[in-house]
Design a protein around this ligand. Structure first.
Ligand SMILES: Cc1cc2nc3c(=O)[nH]c(=O)nc-3n(C[C@H](O)[C@H](O)[C@H](O)COP(=O)(O)OP(=O)(O)OC[C@H]3O[C@@H](n4cnc5c(N)ncnc54)[C@H](O)[C@@H]3O)c2cc1C
Length: 591
């Protein structure tokens, strides 16, 4: 029995009611991405992920990727075949430009596909994900010649890509990196240094690996101002794209990790490797910053994805496992644990968060698309601001929840959840890293408070909060469940607004801002989730009133939104003291 099925009905609901897929498809350049076509793509790719990738998840966890004595890396059994199927189906380049062999679909479609691929097999999904980051970099900053050589092969998935930032002494502080780049007589560069934790730095899935490497040129300014970005292919590439000699880069070891065991996390040694500068020297960090939003959104989606997969397993187990007698059950027999209120609380908590996260991630992706393509400049500007504001929230709240939801799924399984054979513990181990890489969640919180709140002197967060207040006001005019949801949303909005005002007034005091950043980001996540589920409820009620759609599905939307509004949303207020306390206690503590 497959233990993952793509949640297509809910994805469709979000695509039609929280974001506007039809309006996106009407934009110039997206004409071929009509909603029916998109739903077809999602259905078909979802089938591949569920049937081919999901069964390999446990295989990958137990077999791991292995480094061989000659430095090559062998991925687990079945991975190479699954990757071939993925490439042949054309899914690798769905959202990249058609001129390089891509599908030219909105980024939103890619994000929906990524949700399914990651849920099916997170360790596998990282290879395409890192490749996407590298493609994005080349699309934006590569020279025409570089784009011509690399992009057609990377967009189709024939070659993969990596991102090489981290070094032993340079993690969150990327500016501390010391890898060197020296100009050679022929105008290319020689790269020397060691990178650690490089995802899919070496593997057997594709014909070439295009490493994007951050390094310092001679006399570069210190810190992040002196970082340049280079293309370092595993095999050198002729002007016509044919593969030449092996470059002087190798994987010297693979890390043993607590999860995503199939993803080779490599220590890479560059020993005078031939590199090609991207753009201008010393601009590498600026280029990376541009790319980070997409990568951070994708990592946030992994929290949603593994939450969803673990939830599906938890629901199935809760129906199967019988223990004790649930309230109201006939005497003499045992009840399935799904009938116990506490188990229902765990399941509904998972479902409510998953639905909120899906709305958030898709809204974030739609904002990227509208920022890039909408004909109206005001819309483009606002959506770029919104994407900038939402991205750290999607990344950090999404992956924090990924950790919490997979933990809840283990809890629903009781002792069996702790037993590896059950499979649910793997999701809990796998997702743990997502709160750490692509900028730790602490760094995301600092980004939110330090860079995003001050955008337009607080105007961006102000407009965002005004939008939430508008939804609450609309709901107040309705009766029944919607009005009740609206009242909770209005309270939570007021809490977030006053806390935001406090932070904005105190953000100049760096200690205050840094001390309260993480609880503030969580508060933003909780309230944004409440807003989006309130809008889900609004849409569900409208469809019910119009007699459209699956009535059971829509009524469940109302139940989920009401539960979130009444029982999860009020948690935002509990975070106020942690945001506004300032650093005194933290600094007084000795460790
Ligand atoms: C499985 C895996 C895959 C990875 N893949 C890649 C990859 O493909 N490419 C790549 O380049 N890197 C990769 N990384 C590296 C990853 O991005 C880093 O681990 C991450 O950026 C954190 O850096 P660090 O490990 O040095 O932690 P540190 O920077 O040492 O952080 C330790 C703790 O201190 C906190 N901290 C650090 N600085 C600050 C600060 N200024 N203010 C407040 N708190 C702070 C952090 O939030 C964290 O909690 C990967 C790592 C792993 C484990």
């Amino acid at each position: 029995m497959p233990d993952y099925s793509a949640p297509l009905a809910d994805m469709r609901f979000v695509l039609e009611n929280i974001v506007d897929l039809a309006a996106l498809a009407a934009l110039p350049g997206y004409e071929h991405a009509a909603p029916d076509m998109v739903h077809g793509v999602l259905e078909e790719s979802g089938r591949l992920f569920a049937q081919e990738f999901a069964p390999l998840n446990r295989v990958g966890d137990t077999q791991h990727s292995r480094r061989q004595a000659d430095g090559s890396v062998t991925t687990p059994e079945g991975f190479a075949r699954a990757y071939r199927r993925y490439v042949e189906a054309g899914w690798a380049g769905v959202s990249f430009p058609a001129e390089y062999g891509g599908g030219g679909f909105p980024w939103l479609v890619s994000i929906a596909m990524q949700e399914m691929m990651t849920a099916a097999n997170m360790a596998f999904s990282l290879c395409p994900l890192l490749t996407q980051g590298a493609i994005d970099m080349l699309l934006h900053y590569g020279s025409e010649a570089q784009r011509e050589i690399y992009l057609p092969r990377m967009v189709t998935g024939e070659w993969t890509g990596t991102m090489n930032l981290t070094e032993p002494q340079a993690g969150s502080d990327v500016g501390a990196l010391t890898t060197k780049a020296v100009l050679a007589d022929d105008g290319t560069w020689r790269i020397t240094g060691q990178k650690i934790f490089i995802t899919y730095g070496e593997h057997d899935l594709a014909g070439n690996i295009v490493h994007l490497v951050l390094a310092r040129v001679p006399d570069a300014p210190p810190g992040t101002r002196g970082i340049s970005c280079f293309i370092v292919p595993k095999f050198l590439v002729d002007d016509d794209g044919t593969l030449g000699e092996r470059n002087r880069v190798e994987c010297v070891s693979i890390e043993q990790k607590m999860g995503i065991n199939a993803s080779p996390t490599c220590v890479m040694a560059y020993d005078g490797a031939v590199g090609y500068l991207i753009g201008e020297p010393n601009q590498g960090m600026r280029y990376m910053f541009k790319m980070m939003n997409n990568a951070r959104l994708s990592v946030g989606v992994s929290g949603l994805a593994l939450g969803e997969r673990a939830y599906q397993q938890a629901v199935a187990y809760a129906h199967e496992r019988r223990q004790g007698r649930a309230p109201g059950a006939p005497a003499g027999g045992s009840s399935p644990i799904v009938d116990h209120p506490d188990v229902r609380r765990m399941l509904l908590t998972m479902r409510a968060h998953i639905e909120a996260l899906r709305c958030l991630a898709y809204l974030n992706a739609e904002s990227f698309d509208l920022a890039a393509r909408h004909p109206d400049e005001d819309v483009r500007t606002w959506r770029q601001e919104l994407a900038d504001l939402l991205t750290p929230i999607t990344k950090a709240w999404g992956t924090d929840l990924g950790n919490e939801l997979t933990s809840l799924a283990v809890q629903v399984h009781g002792g069996m959840g702790y037993i590896e054979e059950t499979g649910v513990a793997q999701h809990y181990r796998d997702i743990r890293i997502a709160a750490i890489y692509e900028g730790t969640n602490g760094i995301q919180a600092i980004d939110l408070v330090g860079r995003k709140l001050p955008m337009r002197a607080g105007g961006v967060i102000g407009d965002f909060l005004a939008g939430i207040a508008d939804t609450a006001a609309e709901l107040a005019k309705e009766g029944g469940d919607l009005a009740a949801i609206g009242a909770h949303l209005a309270d939570a909005q007021a809490t977030l607004k006053s806390t935001t005002d406090w932070l904005l007034a105190n953000v100049a005091d760096t200690d205050n801002a840094l001390a309260g950043a993480t609880p503030y980001l969580r508060m933003c996540g909780i309230v944004t989730g409440g807003w989006l589920l309130a809008r889900s409820a609004q849409a569900a009620q409208r469809l019910l009133d119009e007699g459209e759609g699956d009535a059971d599905f829509l009524r469940q939307k109302l139940v989920t939104a009401r539960f979130y509004a009444e029982q999860l949303l009020p948690q935002a207020a509990g975070l106020v003291p942690a945001v506004t306390a300032g650093p005194a206690d933290l600094l007084a503590a000795t460790f």
